[in-house]
Write a protein of this length. Structure first.
Length: 583
């Protein structure tokens, strides 16, 4: 969801029982939001200067404490509200799924005449209100070292570690940190030193660890790594490798359905393997162990667009919950997106969301074309001054031309890289290809943060106001700004917001993305490039296996047009795969 788009989402939705995730890696953004929300509360704002000790962690801690306090105050007011039309108390219960027990009791209360029974039931309903969890995300690959004024690398002072420390020191409870982008040994090792992640009882943790993964193997490797250190993973959050927003971590052709099937079949095996290592680690540390494993939740996200798809995931694979991200970009009550970008999201078609190479991390990145950030990038190129000023430096990784790392989206890097390309004896086609890849890189630190400058009229980085946004392909099927109530109605099947009459099933949409990716990878294959040829062959084999799996799954789709469309989509995919030329 980017940086700014959910930076204050808990303040908007947590009181209604909706859980959300904030990125906490961009400390300047959090400092900007601290200033804004202290002002909204009419309380004194005390800046945390970047010249102060451990300022990054302290900014994270104070912002999270502030958000937590605001949400708790909101929940208190909600519980004291009246059961009358338009009140937030009524909105809380109206947005619940229709099959929930709490919703049924609420509806029963509405049918009662004024009486002691009705008053007692209203009191009970108020007592059941729980806010959604306030979770945070740390992208493990964003972990540059930071130095003191004399240039010495700060111990435990890297971007990811300070963000984690700031979260651990916060007052948040019933909360989780979600690690994405793979295993970071330094970050995972640091968890051992933070008591906030130690169990206080069976399934009870001051703060929980969640790992976002794209396949079972990744879950097993990362889970074991942490279990050996006495850290329990409370949830594995499975995300589609390609039918998602933001950075895309592509599997080797393994599709979401078969991946979920493997998790379902091996959950007990996974739990036992982690529990054995976890118990051994606790005993080696001299800490009390547990007689049984803590619960492990298996959840899924990426491309879900209808209640029927969510229900299928629950029914077939027993997932504990499903995550919805991209559609909420069109809900101003939930996310922070500026008006011009909202307009572009509403108008987006399938071809407007591209799997780009814009990220300086070198990881493929879903990207909405035509944003103000892209326009600014192209204008710089046209003026002969490509590259961005590098103010935040979270994505500095390249040392090709410098002793210290710099960002490949920066003006400093692109100027030197283009000069180097001009000296090489490249064919016009190869030169054009490499030049395009250099110029495609874009400043994400600022672009993904800047929506707050427009929505809240605050200053983030001076003279930088352009916005980048990174929805998943699913945005093409949602075309209007809606209320939070309307979006929850869509999620629970009470209304239909899908604007595209031919939207493919989420499994087919992901399959299409993988076929396009393989088509890109196999172009210009040469027999001598044996590793790439073998990779493409294995990729195609895995896709074929996925298509066969979905053929067996077709009867699980409700009979009618949806099942027929699913079967036709698989047939088209099979034909397209057969038509790809792989040596």
């Amino acid at each position: 969801m980017g940086l700014a788009f959910t930076v204050d989402t808990p303040i908007k939705v947590a009181r209604f029982g909706i859980s959300s995730v904030m990125s906490i890696i961009e400390d300047r953004l959090l400092e900007t939001m601290r200033q804004y929300y202290y002002g909204q509360l009419d309380e004194p704002y005390e800046p945390i200067s970047d010249r102060e000790d451990d300022y990054r962690a302290r900014r994270v801690t104070d912002y999270l404490n502030l958000v937590n306090r605001i949400v708790q105050d909101q929940v208190g007011k909600l519980k004291n509200a009246a059961f009358e039309a338009g009140s937030e108390l009524v909105r809380y219960f109206d947005m619940l799924p229709d099959d929930s027990f709490l919703k049924s009791r609420y509806r029963h209360m509405l049918q009662l005449e004024p009486s002691a029974e009705k008053r007692d039931l209203q009191t009970w309903l108020r007592q059941q209100i729980r806010p959604g969890s306030i979770d945070v995300n740390i992208m493990t690959k964003v972990d540059k070292n930071n130095v003191d004024p004399s240039g010495v690398v700060l111990e435990n002072g890297s971007d990811a570690l300070t963000a984690l420390r700031g979260y651990a020191n916060s007052t948040l409870t019933d909360s989780s940190v979600i690690f994405s982008a793979g295993l970071n040994p330094r970050l995972f090792n640091y968890l051992e030193s933070l008591p906030a992640f130690e169990a206080t009882g069976l399934g009870a943790f001051p703060k929980k660890v969640v790992i976002k993964v794209s396949d079972y193997r990744s879950a097993l490797i990362q889970g074991k790594y942490l279990a050996k250190k006495g850290i329990w993973v409370s949830e594995f959050r499975i995300e589609s490798g390609l039918n998602c927003g933001g950075h895309a971590f592509v599997t080797d052709g393994f599709l979401l359905g078969p991946i979920l099937d493997e998790f379902s079949a091996k959950k007990a095996e996974l739990t036992d393997a982690l529990f054995s290592l976890y118990t051994q680690a606790l005993r080696q540390k001299g800490k009390p162990a547990f007689d049984e494993p803590h619960p492990i939740r298996i959840t899924v996200q990426g491309g879900i667009g209808t209640q029927a798809e969510a229900e299928l995931l629950h029914r077939l694979y027993g997932v504990d919950s499903t995550g919805w991200g991209t559609p909420f970009l069109l809900v101003p009550e939930a996310t922070t997106v500026d008006e011009p970008t909202l307009h572009k999201l509403c108008q987006a078609h399938e071809t407007d969301v591209v799997l780009s190479k814009a990220s300086p991390l070198g990881v493929r990145f879903y990207y909405l074309r035509g944003t103000s950030s892209e326009q600014e990038k192209l204008a710089r190129i046209h003026r002969g001054k490509p590259g961005s000023p590098c103010t935040e430096k979270h994505l500095i990784t390249n040392t090709e031309f410098t002793g210290l790392p710099i960002c490949t989206a920066s003006r400093e890097y692109q100027k030197q890289k283009l000069a180097q390309l001009a000296t090489l004896d490249l064919s016009p086609a190869e030169y054009g290809k490499q030049r395009t890849e250099v110029l495609e890189k874009e400043c994400l630190c600022v672009g993904l943060s800047n929506s707050v400058t427009h929505v809240y009229n605050v200053s983030f980085v001076k003279k930088r106001s352009s916005v980048t946004i990174c929805p998943g392909p699913n945005i093409a099927y949602f075309s209007k700004v809606v209320s939070l109530q309307t979006m929850t109605d869509h999620i629970y099947g009470r209304t239909d917001l899908i604007s595209h009459p031919d939207r493919p099933h989420m499994f087919l949409n992901e399959l299409t993305q993988y076929l396009s990716y393989l088509d890109e990878q196999q172009k210009d294959l040469r027999p001598e490039d044996t590793k790439r040829v073998a990779y493409c062959r294995e990729f195609a084999k895995n896709l074929a296996g996925g298509i066969a799996y979905y053929r067996r799954l077709t009867d699980e789709i409700p009979a009618g047009p949806d099942r027929e469309a699913f079967a036709h989509g698989l047939a088209d995919a099979q034909e397209r795969l057969a038509g790809l030329t792989i040596l």
